[in-house]
Design a protein around this ligand. Structure first.
Ligand SMILES: CCN(CC)CCN(C[C@]12C[C@](c3ccc(C(F)(F)F)cc3)(C1)C2)C(=O)Cn1c(SCc2ccc(F)cc2)nc(=O)c2c1C=CC2
Length: 359
């Protein structure tokens, strides 16, 4: 909203009316995102230009851009935080599904230099000048924890800022949107149930979930997808009182990471964990759908399991957990067994053997 790097930048997913003529949003908004992504995954730009344009250039998100908001009653809210090297549009299979189930979802774009690319504006004379911020690689010899810990704190603040912006929108405060869209923001007045707010994220975004829960009690619960625990300080864990749902891939996790999630285990607060068989780290972002089987497997964008089945299990388990801890009156409790890993494609807890440290 406020156009500077200190402002809030997010993609909003919401339930809408069936619209005929609305165009579908671009999946990767513009070239700089491809270039940033190429640099992040360390493939050179000439190759990437052709690959990305051929592979992903024309993809659209299965949604309608700026369609009129429609909902029967107030919508619960989810703030979504992307992973290292990702950006706001890459988790549309998750965010669009939540919106189709009645949630308003803000997928934030972080300005902590963990995104492959992001942009903001600074005002020069009387017009706004667009500036690009790219992924910050670790300097040679630089230790990683101080950077990642600083970034996860900024990411949590940006999730809280996005929530504050949604609160303003919900109360009808006029929106100064730096991006010129046709959307009529006043239709979102009184659209949100601000007692039913969750925070969700993938990998570095999963760590952001934990940091945001610690900082903001308005987040009633968190869903952390294939969380990367490294950026966090264990000292913050006892202060977190909200339920957390860890949904892990089979291939990304390792003992050190899992044992830190286990430090959040509690006898009194619901802390759940499941692992989806045959999944990889990239089974959660949209890339997992965009390539053929063999390219996907070679690039570790796909696991053994059909990506649609994997994301469907993750989304249904998420909806059941959100119903339970946001007190929703929907029928998502039909998927409660998934929270306990009761499905052929799920493992309750983890498949990683964690040596219990005898303290
Ligand atoms: C060598 C660079 N090195 C950087 C530190 C490791 C790079 N890396 C593995 C990658 C991401 C990969 C990727 C993506 C996308 C294509 C494409 F071709 F489909 F575009 C290809 C190949 C390259 C798989 C990761 O960072 C994994 N990871 C991620 S990946 C989040 C992401 C990024 C870009 C996306 F388009 C989609 C999703 N988010 C995290 O929060 C964390 C980690 C690791 C620890 C914490």
């Amino acid at each position: 909203m406020d156009h500077t790097a200190q402002g809030s930048f997010f993609q909003l997913y919401y339930p809408c009316q069936e619209t005929q003529n609305a165009e579908k949003p671009d999946w990767v908004p513009c070239r700089e995102y491809f270039n940033g992504l190429a640099d992040f995954i360390k493939i050179n730009r000439t190759v990437s230009e052709r690959i990305f344009n051929h592979l992903f250039g024309s993809f659209k998100i299965p949604a309608y851009m700026d369609a009129p908001f429609k909902s029967d009653g107030k919508c619960p809210v989810v703030i979504f935080s992307h992973g290292l090297g990702a950006f706001r549009t890459l988790y549309s299979a998750i965010c669009a599904e939540l919106a189709s189930q009645g949630f308003i979802v803000a997928s934030v774009e972080h300005r902590d230099q963990s995104a492959s690319a992001t942009y903001y504006f600074h005002s020069a004379q009387d017009n706004l000048v667009k500036e690009w911020m790219y992924y910050r690689t670790l300097k040679h010899g630089e230790s990683e924890f101080p950077l990642r810990n600083k970034q996860v704190k900024q990411r949590a603040d940006e999730c809280i800022l996005a929530l504050n912006k949604l609160t303003e929108i919900n109360s009808g405060i006029p929106v100064q949107n730096a991006l010129k869209t046709q959307f009529d923001w006043t239709t979102l007045e009184n659209s949100m149930d601000l007692c039913r707010i969750a925070v969700m994220g993938h990998s570095f975004g999963g760590a952001t979930v934990i940091e945001a829960l610690c900082k903001e009690v308005k987040f009633k619960c968190g869903v952390a997808l294939d969380t990367w625990m490294f950026p966090l300080q264990d000292e913050t864990f006892p202060h977190i009182k909200q339920p957390i749902f860890f949904i892990n891939s089979e291939k990304f996790q390792w003992a050190g990471n899992i044992s830190r999630m286990k430090k959040l285990d509690s006898a009194v607060i619901q802390r759940k964990m499941i692992t989806i068989r045959g999944t990889v780290h990239q089974s959660f972002p949209d890339f997992t759908f965009l390539t053929g089987n063999w390219i996907g497997k070679v690039m570790k964008l796909k696991g053994e399991i059909d990506p649609e089945i994997a994301i469907d299990l993750s989304n249904k388990a998420t909806l059941a957990f959100l119903q339970r801890h946001l007190g929703l009156e929907k029928n998502f409790n039909q998927w409660d067994p998934l929270i306990d890993g009761k499905d052929d494609n799920l493992i309750p807890g983890t498949n990683v053997t964690v040596l219990q440290s005898a303290i």
